[in-house]
Design a protein around this ligand. Sequence first.
Ligand code: UT7
Length: 332
Amino acid sequence: MTGIKLIGTGMYIPETVATNEDFTKIVDTSDEWITKRTGIKERHPSNGEPTWYMGVQAAKQAMEDAGVTPDEIDMVISTSVTGDYYTPSTANIMQGKLGIHKAFSIDINCACAGFVYGFDMAQRYIAMDDDVKTVLIISSENITKLVDYEDRSTCVLFGDGAGAAVVTAGPNRCYTYLECEAQDANKIYAQNARPGNAFTTQEGREKYLDLFPQGREHYMHMDGRDVYKFATRAMPEGLHKACEKAGIKVEDLALIIPHQANYRIIETAAKNLGLSMDHFYLNIDRYGNISSACIPVCLNELKRAGRLKEGDKIALVGFGAGLVYGATVFTI
Ligand code: UT7
């Protein structure tokens, strides 16, 4: 099977800064609580930048870094859960804005694990479709538009931004493990607009209300404690299973790039794996949780810092609404 090579990365973070101190003016919280319980110090909420705009900025950087022109991109994958339009897809919009003419593009919704799913999908297309040689993966998130700024347990966690990567065929495969514990899909959700049209009756509205409640359901809802337990179990499990497929041990990994939801989740997962925190890359203090953009933003920071070394084995591990999780192991 053809493998995958990461050849370019990019990122975009809004200029607006929201510190923990800023949140003390909105909800009953403190810098001490947020820092101790999450590791977050600040995040960058969008100042109105659309999701596609942030994605396009990150993608341009990634294409420049990879040294590829728009004509060399065969496929665009967008992993956002916070697109600007119901239709067309976020991927279609960004493809157009980037002037990528000879490609096709698709959206995937795998929440905070989106980049891991997108990376795996890119390899599968590259391996199985002769027309796909180079793939652009864009993870752009405007999560703060789903945030309820009256709910202190969720509002302090999230920021916005985008990360992107260009991948092409390479000598080494990525080995991925993906899973969804769908019975717990209600543990994190934000609901779309209610079904209804010119013919919807009052009886219909009442009959289906339980199936599609109205109220503050369009905001992000999260059972923090249960998701915390899930995440600390899912991260080590996903990593072990991906490493098993790759025929290596977790300690053989040069670096693990985890979804940045909570410092304590990563610390507990590290303990469960028997690894030191030096194995993990963290930037949660600066950006908070940017959903699927977390992992490609980390990749960009690491690449710019010269920390992605040829031949190193790296793992990406994500988890989130679904409840989905997944890990992929690949060679730089
Ligand atoms: O990317 C999507 C995946 N999401 C996640 O992975 C998030 C997973 N969950 C978490 O990271 C944590 O559960 C939270 C950070 C959301 C919460 O931390 P926790 O240590 O699990 O706190 P808790 O929910 O058990 O609440 C402890 C206390 C409560 O007060 P009482 O009932 O003990 O009086 C909360 O009301 O902390 C209170 N609390 C706060 N206090 C100050 C909750 N949020 C805040 C806050 N400031 N912002």
